[in-house]
Design a protein around this ligand. Structure first.
Ligand code: NAI
Length: 373
């Protein structure tokens, strides 16, 4: 099979779908791997590293003759148009503004596997790119906050006096939030956290943070995810959180609801209540924002509080993000790659869940509904 890896084209994207190690793995399995020249730039992996791993490195189009295309961010309609009928693509597919790309996949007669739709079941944990990339993003959020805070995270007891540790509040304790907690704890901060899912309380405590008991009803939707709050529940949560926000030096927000815009957790007034010089980092800025006024990729100041809207969080650490992503992709491919080629067994729950487009049909119901609308 000819496996192709195009360079990522989206602004700010520095990851790549296959690292040289992962190329060597596929070449060792007897596949031809073609990598677009410069694809590994963000990783500091040069064309020579890919050649040494056994790839054919090409300038220009690597999509045309490919049997299998591996990518990170969704392919653009123009890229999809270059694919041959029957080709298979593997990468992230959905997201705001990506419907044209999905229509293009449908029209091109290709089979597309969406990494974000890999079911979150035990057997597929090694293929879970949402988790691997959220882990990187959560770590990065804590670092972004620490770098902006004009004071230490840890307790310091020195001859010149004692400095109290920074107080960090993390809202949303899924994969990214837990990693932000772990990172802030490693840096020595005192950490509190809140999430609407009841099961998150023990996970927060296991990271050495205090779980905020707000006295509100828990909110859990299908598949262990959160669901959208009613307006009344959202306002009561804001009111209950306000005093905790006001006494934090650092606020990190990571809350998300699948298929919905990010919930607004912190209003401008709540933010303005934080001490001057404190820092807020909103990981959800690109999907609507958990903090009012957060702009992706930009820092603004609200009454002396530095507010940073994260953008391309996982891409900010492209080496390890790509290493984990490439592992996720090759582990998923192991379910379908045979010496005879790519065999899509839709009886396999993982391939069935991940396969978003096949035979001209969009198989993921929420995406199909969006296309209809
Ligand atoms: P996510 O990125 O969809 O959301 C992040 C967090 O925001 C979630 O913990 C959610 O409960 C929280 N949230 C949503 N609305 C909120 C609100 N209004 N206020 C406060 N918090 C709010 O979630 P993620 O990180 O992808 O994980 C979601 C679930 O999936 C978790 O239960 C996690 O344990 C589970 N999971 C299971 C895996 C597996 O079985 N293989 C792998 C990874 C995660």
């Amino acid at each position: 099979m000819l496996v192709s890896v195009p360079a990522e084209t989206r602004p700010g994207e520095r990851r790549v779908a296959l690292t040289p190690d992962a190329v060597a793995l596929l070449v060792g399995q007897g596949h031809d791997v073609c990598v677009e020249s410069g694809a590994g730039q963000g990783l500091l992996a040069g064309d020579d590293d890919y050649r040494a791993a056994g790839a054919d490195v090409r300038s220009g189009d690597v999509l045309g003759g490919a049997d299998l295309v591996l990518h990170v961010r969704p392919l653009l309609p123009g890229q999809v148009a270059r694919l041959r009928v029957g080709a298979v693509t593997v990468g992230f597919v959905t997201g705001p503004g990506e419907l044209d790309g999905i229509r293009a996949l449908q029209a091109a007669g290709v089979t597309a596997l969406a990494m974000e739709l890999v079911p979150r079941i035990s057997r597929a944990q090694s293929m879970d790119a949402l988790t691997s990339q959220a882990l990187v993003a959560g770590y990065r959020c804590a670092l972004e906050a620490a770098m902006r805070l004009p004071r230490f995270f840890p307790l310091f007891m020195t001859a010149a006096g004692t400095i109290a540790p920074a107080r960090v509040l993390v809202l949303g304790a899924g994969v990214a939030g837990l990693q932000a907690i772990a990172t802030a704890r490693r840096l020595g901060a005192v950490v509190e956290a809140y999430d609407v899912r009841p099961s998150s309380a023990d996970e927060v405590r296991s990271m050495g943070a205090r779980f905020l008991e707000l006295g509100l009803d828990a909110v859990e939707g299908a598949g262990g995810y959160a669901r959208e709050l009613s307006q009344d529940r959202a306002v009561r949560q804001q009111q209950a959180l306000a005093p905790h926000v006001a006494r934090s030096d650092v606020l990190i927000t990571t809350a998300a609801v699948p298929g919905r815009p990010a919930p607004l957790l912190v209003t401008r007034d709540m933010l303005a209540g934080m001490p001057r010089g404190s820092v807020a980092v909103d990981l959800a800025a690109e999907s609507g924002g958990n903090i009012e006024g957060a702009i992706p990729g930009q820092e603004t100041t609200v009454d002396g509080v530095r507010l940073y809207g994260m953008a391309d969080a996982a891409s900010a650490m492209p080496v390890d993000a790509s290493r984990l992503y490439a592992k996720n992709v090759t582990n998923l491919l192991a379910l379908a790659l045979t010496p005879e080629g790519f065999v899509l067994d839709l009886e396999d729950a993982v391939l069935d869940g991940a396969c978003i487009v096949h035979d001209g049909v969009v198989r993921h119901a929420p995406t199909a509904a969006l296309l209809e609308a």
